[in-house]
Design a protein around this ligand. Structure first.
Ligand code: GTP
Length: 556
């Protein structure tokens, strides 16, 4: 394919505005996949993605499309929509020259629409606004076009109205990709240079890196170097993604595809890194930035005998996700485990769910925390407000964009859920890191029958300690079942107890109702009780359900 017949683009949108549905339509129309119900959201591969209806890992597909008697190669890069994964969006943007910015015709511009727009705008990409779901009864494309004009300064004439679900006007999207997005440039005669924009680990073949070839060409047997680590590899296999791998002899400037070159760890194929030919070294591409963990939590096996299995499961999962950081840790109550760092709470939940679903691992996750920087001086005496307003912009008569400075720990656990329910789903939210700020923080312990549970120790703002302590005790009381003795749940700052709840003693005789000798029913009840116990964690002599460790933090 000549470079001027290639288009590299991705689809960006607020969550649920219809990226995956549009991607499916584009794949069908270009013949990459058959038109059946089974192919719904082929780009959402992981089980968690299908269950939660969110995209976690970006996927790529090369599409062939003819327009005005010419054949084009369109490289589509699917991106996730949730705030936690915005690093994936920026990395895939760097392999593109243009984006489809999807906006729901009913909901209009939302927080991630704005965040994603600016990522594309800063990368100087061609932006094609696509208004989706025009088939909905309450669709109001005129209003959305006015918002786009006002907020993004894009003329309304440039908007394309579609229904990805029904396929209405989707052809116009393909035409706009060809007509409005510039080709990637570069020449096959230049020295080989490629951008790594994603990578994953395959047990048989090692690291599979997704690359965009910026210049030159590469073929099997070539010796290549990764700029970040200056390591040399030999190319074993390469090809296009359609979306499944389709091996080819060579990859040329302008193409997007995969490459396998004997790398053993995804950290060797870091996102944003440059690959070049050993004999013709080039300068690395700018903008390489490793992903940064913002939320930390402890992970422990339910039972120490499961420690080796959990270790290998965590190792395997992190092989595929270089943004998770892992450190060994141990706790008096829970034994040996790890401290893991994630991009956000959803990222953490998805990781946990994958451990359970794909590796059958049973884990205890401790309360998530955010990084703090402790400076021991009187400047902490300074009272800080928890949320500081930065700006207010009216998008239209019905919508306003508010910018606030917030401490990360205030938004990490349940802010998003709370905002959604308070606004009946109307408000949307996105964030970026604004660095460390001084605050008046103290350490609060939770005690069960006088014994501190270190996994539940939290750092709280002094003004919040009393209400947080009370809420945590109440939630724990709800989640700890009655046991054969009384359990005192206390929140304490140093030696001072600030809240207390009691779980009364109770003896649960599940067999009491089994009069007579119905042995099968007896077995069934005993089995059920054993299953209930499996989800418990023993701390001292108290059984604590493993969900308690995370649910206790969510405020009501
Ligand atoms: P994430 O990958 O999680 O960010 O979501 P997404 O943006 O890929 O959204 P997805 O394609 O999963 O669509 C979200 C929901 O909107 C699904 O229930 C779709 O069936 C629905 N949907 C998508 N396009 C249309 C459309 O044109 N009309 C209608 N009525 N519904 C649509």
């Amino acid at each position: 394919f000549p470079v001027d017949k290639i288009r590299n683009f991705c689809i960006i949108a607020h969550i649920d505005h219809g990226k995956s549905t549009l991607a499916d339509r584009l794949l069908e129309m270009t013949g990459a996949i058959a038109k059946t119900e089974k192919n719904k959201q082929v780009l959402d591969k992981l089980q968690v993605e299908r269950e939660r209806g969110i995209t976690v890992k970006a996927q790529t597909a090369s599409l062939f499309y003819s327009h005005d008697g010419q054949e084009y190669l369109l490289n589509l890069i699917d991106t996730p929509g949730h705030v936690d994964f915005s690093y994936e969006v920026s990395r895939s943007l760097s392999a593109c020259q243009g984006v489809l910015l999807i906006i729901d015709a009913n909901q209009g511009i939302q927080a991630q629409t704005v965040a994603n727009f600016y990522l594309a705008f800063e990368a100087q990409l061609a932006i094609i606004p696509v208004i989706n779901k025009i088939d909905l009864k309450n669709a109001n494309p005129e209003r959305v076009e006015s918002q786009i004009e006002k907020v993004f300064d894009i003329p309304r004439e440039e908007c394309i109205r579609i229904s990805a679900k029904l396929g209405t006007n989707v052809e116009a999207v393909l035409q706009a990709v060809v007509e409005r997005i510039p080709h990637p440039g570069g020449s096959v005669d230049d020295p080989f240079k490629a951008l790594v924009f994603d990578s994953n680990f395959d047990h048989y073949r090692g690291v599979v890196a997704n690359i965009a070839v910026i210049g030159g060409r590469v073929k099997k047997g070539d010796k290549i170097v990764s700029a970040h680590l200056s390591k040399t590899y030999e190319v074993n296999e390469l090809g296009l993604l359609r979306p499944e791998e389709h091996a080819t002899q060579k990859l040329f400037a302008g193409q997007v595809g995969y490459i396998i070159a004997g790398m053993k760890d995804v950290k060797e194929a870091q996102i944003g890194d440059t690959l070049y030919c050993l004999e013709r070294p080039v300068q690395a591409l700018p903008g390489f930035k490793p992903a940064k963990a913002m939320v930390f939590a402890g992970m422990y096996p339910m039972d120490q005998s499961e420690h080796p299995a959990l270790r290998s499961a965590i190792e395997r999962l992190t092989l595929n996700d270089s943004s998770v950081t892992v450190q060994r840790d141990s706790s008096l109550a829970l034994g040996a485990g790890w401290r893991l760092g994630f991009l956000g709470l959803l990222h953490m939940e998805v990781f946990n769910q994958r451990l359970e679903q794909e590796y059958n691992a049973s884990v205890i996750v401790t309360s998530p925390t955010v990084p703090y920087k402790a400076i021991l001086s009187s400047a902490k005496l300074i009272k800080s407000r928890r949320g500081v307003q930065k700006s207010v912009v009216y998008i239209d008569e019905q919508r306003v964009m508010l910018k606030y400075l917030f401490p990360l720990n205030e938004i990490v656990v349940d802010f998003y859920d709370l905002l959604k329910s308070m606004s009946s789903g109307y408000a949307s939210f996105d964030y970026e890191n604004a660095d460390y700020q001084a605050a008046d923080l103290i350490k609060m312990d939770i005690l069960l029958n006088g014994r501190p549970v270190e996994e539940l120790t939290t750092i709280v703002h002094r003004e919040r300690a009393y209400s947080m302590g009370k809420a945590m005790c109440e939630r724990l009381k709800e989640s700890i079942p009655r046991q054969m003795f009384e359990i005192a749940i206390q929140a304490a700052i140093g030696s001072k107890v600030i809240a207390r709840e009691t779980v009364k003693a109770f003896r649960k005789n599940v067999l009491a109702k089994c009069y007579g000798g119905d042995i099968t029913r007896k077995m069934k009840l005993l089995k059920r009780q054993a299953e209930g116990k499996k989800k418990m964690r023993r701390i001292g002599n108290i059984d604590v359900p493993k969900d308690a460790f995370i649910s206790v933090l969510k405020r009501k």
